[in-house]
Design a protein. Structure first.
Length: 288
């Protein structure tokens, strides 16, 4: 091989190396730039709808629930939509929320959006509210939101990046409904913590907002309907749901997609200048 041929071969190999190196950097950047979201309580209902929408938006999503069986089923159903993983945990335990964030970061490399969706209902006449109901409802709905917000915010600060925290409030966080006293009080607390966290975390470029659903045909509302019938024997199954949904200005009950559309916006760059808001997505029920 002559000198010119040797130089040409060296140049070709060197160029190939540079191209491969740049390609690795580019692909690595693409992987790290893919945003990551965690959605608690997402094995079913509104949470599942939110996770599905974020996957369609291109997020890598860590779904979460306290039920392994339900979570496994949902992960299987969603896996064709994008990068999805699952984590079993109890939102009422601070250590579980911290472990959830750590698992998402270990799996996907970072965290960008944390959705505190997990929650439970409580349907009891005021004079019959007991200690166990108060403890269960507040531990999941309120403690869970606080612990999730703390864990996510600490990760955003550690990363040195902006972040978005999105909480599940409710129409019951704007109003207080008969036989829904404990639930309403818990959602008023979520609203207050949303406002406080937004104020305290703004300097860290972390936004905190909440979506406030109305009446959706979910398993939670099936349970609420059943408990309302128990509390008032004059009611028939389905009548409480029909009464509440019948007062919706837009004339239909809510679907998971309706809520997911709002979370999609709050998780996007289009909401970067919005924080401390608890936004009703109820078809005009509260103000009708």
């Amino acid at each position: 091989m002559c000198f010119k041929e040797q130089k040409a071969l060296q140049w070709t190999r060197g160029s190939a190396f540079v191209i491969m190196f740049l390609l690795v950097l580019y692909l690595g950047g693409m992987i790290m730039s893919k945003k990551v979201a965690v959605v608690t309580g997402s094995a079913g209902g509104l949470g599942k709808g939110i996770a599905e929408r974020l996957l369609k938006d291109g997020f890598s999503v860590m779904i979460h629930d306290i039920s392994q069986d339900a979570l496994t089923k949902t992960e299987t159903e969603l896996k064709d939509l994008g990068d999805v993983a699952s984590f079993v945990g109890d939102v009422s335990k601070k250590a579980d929320q911290e472990a959830l964030v750590a698992a998402a970061v270990e799996k996907f490399g970072q965290l960008n959006v944390f959705v505190n969706n997990a929650g439970v209902e409580a349907v009891t006449p005021f004079l019959k509210i007991d200690e166990s109901e108060l403890e269960r409802t507040f531990k999941i709905n309120v403690f869970g939101t606080v612990y999730g917000t703390q864990a996510a915010a600490e990760q955003f600060i550690k990363q040195g990046t902006p972040g978005k925290i999105i909480n599940a409030c409710s129409i019951a966080g704007h109003e207080a409904y008969e036989v829904l006293g404990t639930y309403s009080a818990s959602k008023h607390a979520v609203k207050a913590f949303t406002h406080v966290a937004a104020k305290e975390l703004a300097s860290k470029h972390i936004t905190v907002n909440a979506y406030c659903p109305g009446v959706a045909k979910t398993k939670m509302w099936d349970r609420i309907d059943a408990e309302m019938v128990k509390a008032d024997p004059s009611l028939k199954p389905g009548e409480p749901f029909a009464k509440f949904s019948g007062e919706i200005a837009l004339g239909r009950y809510e679907t998971p997609t309706d809520v997911a559309n709002l979370v999609h916006f709050l998780a996007s760059e289009d909401s970067d200048y919005i924080t401390g808001q608890t936004i009703l997505v109820d078809g005009g029920l509260v103000y009708n």
